[in-house]
Structures are given as structure tokens and as C-alpha cells.
Design a protein around this ligand. Structure first.
Ligand SMILES: NC(=O)c1ccc[n+]([C@@H]2O[C@H](COP(=O)([O-])OP(=O)(O)OC[C@H]3O[C@@H](n4cnc5c(N)ncnc54)[C@H](OP(=O)(O)O)[C@@H]3O)[C@@H](O)[C@H]2O)c1
Length: 235
């Protein structure tokens, strides 16, 4: 299979890439950094790119894909978590930065890919339970993931030849959770305290386990209506 994954330098995107490469698939990865863990794979092709910068994206993608005319899966995993804070304490600059990476970068990437690649079988955007719960403190992250779910739904109707879904991976022990763990207890943000407790009790999935679950869920997603939101914990 030919798979394109964003956010391959760490966490979930990195584990997904390695999972596919170990199975013998070809992976095209995009992130600003190029992880050493992927350098040994001949079938891994990397583009070091800041997805919030749109200049030359199409040209750089063309070089990366080098004549590939079909993608079996596009997985949009790149994302950022802003400082946990109340909405009223979050600046417009921060809001724009997070929306640019978590939402608009995906729109720009999909538009460029659909121009370049005649056949794209499935697109999966990595969303979050926060897109539905909107818990206090998650501020623009929750908004960006709710917007991502909506973006996926809109593309599903526009491009019926491709199957789209937005998928929440559950709680996964990556750099994002390390940041949450580093925060002081704060009664305003009970979810932070709950996540810290989960990490202490080793109740989080490790990224490899999460990647295997997501790959299984991506098969199941094909049976659901295109544009659906799927939480892997509910399958
Ligand atoms: N961990 C969880 O519990 C959890 C739960 C729900 C949803 N998610 C979602 O899962 C996805 C992956 O997160 P993770 O936990 O694996 O976090 P992570 O380890 O921090 O990975 C984030 C990835 O996104 C890439 N990225 C960030 N900004 C970028 C930019 N401007 N251009 C290109 N790439 C960029 C990073 O690469 P570079 O820094 O090298 O660019 C990195 O590879 C995110 O969408 C996140 O919202 C995670």
C-alpha cells in the first residue's frame, strides 16, 4: 500500500509510519523534523516541511510523491496542543497558530493532494475526544478538532470517490501528554488532573499500541458513512 502520513517525527504519526513500514508498505511522511527511527527504511520517503506554510507546498509534494498516482491512505496526524488555559486567557495569536496547523494545514494539503493524485482511497484525520467534550482548559484545541471533524464531513460530500473519517485515538502517551503531566494541579481544569492520574497509573496507551488500534479502526471506518467521527474507544 502507498500511505501518506503527516506528523511522522514523533508520537502517533511516527508509530503509524513504522507499523506500515514493518508490514512492507510504502510511506510518505511529512513533519518539520526527520526522525532517526525512520531513516533505516528504504520505503520511507520524507518531506521536512512546516505544514502551516503553504508556499511551494504543491511543488514539494510533487517531488515527494515522485510520480505516484494512487494513495491507499492519507493520515492527517500532525497537530499541536496549545497551553491549557481558559478561552479568555488565550491570545488571538495562539488561536491562529493552532487553527493553522490543526485545521487549515489539512485543507491546504488535501487540496494539493487531490490536484496531484488521481486516486485517493481513504483519508483519516486524527481528531480528539476534546472535539466533542470541549472540557474547560482545552480552549482552541477543542475548537480546532471540532472544526477538523466538520472539515472532514464537508470533504466527504464534495469528494464521494474517497472515504473520509475523523478519528479520536484515545489517550496516548506522547509528548502532548508529557506536557500535560508537567502542569501543576489546577482545580479549574479537572481533565488535566485526570490525565495526570492516568499517566501515573500507566493507564495510557503507548503509541505503538495506539497505532495498531488505529489501523484496525481505519478498516472498520470503511463500513461507516464517509465523513463520520469515530472514537476508537467506542468500537
Ligand atoms: N496523545 C494523545 O493522547 C492524543 C489524543 C487525542 C488526539 N491526539 C492527536 O494525535 C495527533 C498526534 O499527536 P501526538 O500525541 O502523536 O503528538 P506529538 O508526539 O507531539 O506529534 C505531533 C506531530 O505533529 C507534527 N507537527 C506539529 N506541528 C507541525 C507543523 N507546523 N508542520 C508539520 N508537522 C507538524 C510534529 O512534527 P514536527 O514537530 O517535527 O514538525 C509531530 O510529528 C495530533 O493531531 C493530536 O491532536 C493525540
Amino acid at each position: 500500500m502507498n500511505i501518506l502520513i503527516t506528523g511522522t517525527s514523533s508520537g502517533i504519526g511516527n508509530s503509524l509510519a513504522r507499523e506500515y513500514l514493518e508490514k512492507g508498505d510504502r510511506v510518505f511522511g511529512i513533519s518539520r523534523n526527520f526522525s532517526d527511527s525512520l531513516k533505516k527504511y528504504a520505503d520511507y520517503h520524507h518531506l521536512s516541511h512546516d505544514l502551516s506554510v503553504h508556499a511551494e507546498l504543491e511543488q514539494r509534494l510533487r517531488q515527494l510523491l515522485n510520480g505516484t498516482n494512487a494513495l491507499d491512505r492519507v493520515i492527517l496526524s500532525a497537530g499541536v496542543l496549545p497551553a491549557i488555559n481558559d478561552m479568555r486567557d488565550t491570545s488571538m495569536e495562539e488561536i491562529r497558530r493552532v487553527m493553522d496547523v490543526n485545521v487549515w494545514a489539512n485543507k491546504m494539503l488535501l487540496d494539493a493532494l487531490f490536484k496531484l493524485i488521481p486516486q485517493i482511497h481513504q483519508v483519516v484525520a486524527i481528531s480528539s475526544g476534546a472535539s466533542r467534550s470541549g472540557a474547560r482548559g482545552w480552549n482552541v484545541y477543542a475548537i480546532s478538532k471540532a472544526a477538523l471533524n466538520s472539515l472532514v464531513r464537508l470533504y466527504a460530500d464534495e469528494i464521494p470517490e474517497t472515504h473520509f473519517s475523523a478519528m479520536a485515538p484515545g489517550v496516548v502517551e506522547t509528548g502532548m501528554q508529557d506536557y500535560i503531566f508537567s502542569l501543576p494541579d489546577d482545580e479549574r481544569f479537572p481533565v488535566v488532573n485526570r490525565l495526570k492520574e492516568m499517566k501515573r497509573k500507566k493507564q495510557m496507551k503507548d503509541p505503538r499500541e495506539a497505532a495498531a488500534d488505529l489501523i484496525g479502526a481505519m478498516e472498520i471506518a470503511m463500513q461507516r458513512e464517509s465523513g463520520s467521527y469515530i472514537d476508537v474507544r467506542e468500537l
